[in-house]
Design a binder for this molecule. Structure first.
Ligand SMILES: [Zn+2]
Length: 141
């Protein structure tokens, strides 16, 4: 027996047990499967929710080899420190806080913290101005 996550055309979700994927298709085509909530026969398999990843996101790295690159790296480091000096660290609440500040729900101030790729995408879509900042090992909070 295989368990499938199913959904109807009204957005109800439920589960069903079938002998095989073919068995499911046959029953579905014959209208033998109906939604327990609304009785709709327009039922199909839904995608399983993806497993939640708890791993830390990989960060971009740079290795400075010549004098010019090392000079730039030093400047980036200084800028990064300056940015942090005048900003509040908000940890993983970055997206939440950035949005509040952008929409005037809390005091306007500089903040820095961490955001997941999804949070960053959603912030960009909302027009919140933010940018990734370089992280040096000694800055890890
Ligand atoms: Zn339904």
């Amino acid at each position: 027996m295989i368990r499938f996550s199913l959904g109807c055309d009204h957005g109800h979700e439920f589960e069903g047990w079938f002998r095989s994927s073919d068995d499911f298709e046959t029953q579905r085509k014959r209208g033998l499967i109906d939604c327990p909530d609304c009785g709709s026969h327009h039922v199909d398999k839904t995608l399983m929710a993806p497993a939640v990843s708890t791993g830390r996101r990989r960060e971009k790295m740079a290795l400075a080899m010549n004098a010019e690159q090392r000079r730039i790296m030093g400047e980036m480091k200084a800028l990064s420190e300056k940015l942090r000096e005048n900003a509040d660290y908000v940890g993983d609440k970055f997206a939440e806080e950035a949005r509040k500040i952008h929409f005037g729900e809390t005091d306007a101030r500089g903040i820095y913290g961490e955001a997941s790729p999804d949070e960053a995408k959603s912030l960009a879509e909302d027009g919140v101005p933010f940018m990734p900042i370089p992280v040096f090992p000694e800055h890890r909070n």
